[in-house]
Design a protein around this ligand. Structure first.
Ligand SMILES: Nc1ncnc2c1ncn2[C@@H]1O[C@H](COP(=O)(O)OP(=O)(O)OP(=O)(O)O)[C@@H](O)[C@H]1O
Length: 315
């Protein structure tokens, strides 16, 4: 078996703030591993601890406890760092440099020679859709353009592991699709991608596995299919009946009713409720067109893992 590219064990970060030394546990003892060649999604709502975890992995802040190894080395190891590309959540850019100059600067830090820098900078700026603007000072760039420069600089060293903190942030739908394609290209080249997001659709389309973090704690780790599939617990019933029956069933079974062009729709949350509902339709002279089990969506899993109350889920 090959060794994980990234391994996190009991990682914890506690921030202490202000005169009263108020403590915030941003990351609360998390453990997971990312295997070579995976696209691994790090999912969580705002403030869950994603950025803090990534900063610890990049050696930008020190963990309060636990440890992480990247490409078989301790965090901060210089040889390993050369093999990693990182897009921070809020990358800082030099206003008066052009994107090309900036990529040359980052390429020099990676120890690339001039010819390699020239080739990679041109190639990457084309790939992230900035070829037209590459010579312009970055102060004139939009937020989406800066995000694209950030992606290009993460890839300039041709890294084996790419760590991206919210790579789709600030991008319009077309930009997001381009970044998704870029991530899939990286996977096709055998690279490992570890990226954070709170956009579930992106995770759904891209990830081989995900880790879900909520309030600093890991709630679930695994392939999306496995996290979702055993959790079929909603069953949709399409049915027809007269207005009196519709009113009666809405009263008898509160919530989860809607109408469609094909008839009435009811979503049962449990088998026992479904059985009672079907019996009531038939007893009232109605007809059942279909009964469809619904797999849990990633969004439902996420909301459930976040431990939100039904009121919070609806708001
Ligand atoms: N330097 C800091 N000092 C004190 N608290 C901090 C610091 N950095 C982060 N936190 C707190 O740690 C928690 C986790 O924040 P973090 O930025 O890691 O979350 P996140 O999952 O990346 O969220 P987002 O998607 O909003 O960026 C939050 O409660 C945040 O307020």
């Amino acid at each position: 078996m090959t060794a994980p590219v990234l391994e996190v064990e009991g990682l914890r970060k506690e921030f202490v703030r202000g005169f009263l030394r108020k403590r915030t546990v941003a990351v609360d003892g998390i453990s997971f591993a990312v295997e070579p060649g995976e696209v691994f999604g790090f999912l969580g709502p705002n403030g869950a601890g994603k950025t803090t975890t990534m900063k610890m992995l990049m050696g930008l802040i020190h963990p309060s406890a636990g440890k992480a190894t990247i490409l078989g080395a301790e965090v901060g190891d210089l040889d390993a760092k050369r093999r990693i590309g990182y897009l921070p959540e809020n990358p800082y850019f030099y206003d008066y440099l052009s994107a090309t100059e900036y990529l040359h600067m980052v390429g020099r830090i990676y120890g690339l020679d001039r010819a390699t820098r020239d080739k990679r900078a041109a190639e990457l700026l084309g790939r992230v859709g900035l070829a037209m603007a590459q010579g312009r000072a970055m102060r004139s760039y939009s937020k989406g353009m800066l995000q694209r420069v950030g992606l290009a600089q993460a890839l300039i060293g041709d890294p084996e592991l790419v760590v991206l903190d919210e790579p789709m942030s600030g991008l319009d739908p077309i930009g997001r699709r381009e970044v998704r394609e870029l991530i899939l290209d990286l996977r096709a080249q055998g690279k490992t991608v570890f990226f954070s997001t709170h956009i579930l659709a992106d995770a759904n389309l891209l990830c081989d596995r995900v880790a879900i973090i909520v309030k600093g704690k890991l709630r679930d780790v695994g392939p999306l299919g496995e996290l979702l599939s055993p959790k079929v617990h909603r069953i949709e019933v399409l049915w027809q009946g007269d207005e009196a029956l519709q009113a009666q069933l809405r009263e008898q079974f509160p919530a989860s009713h809607s109408s469609s062009s094909e008839g009435q729709v009811f979503v049962a949350e449990a088998q026992e409720q479904l059985d009672r509902f079907l019996a009531a339709i038939l007893a009232g002279g109605g007809e059942v067109s279909s009964v469809t089990p619904q797999r849990e969506t990633l969004e439902q899993l996420f909301v459930r893992d976040a431990g939100l109350s039904p009121e919070e889920q609806r708001s």
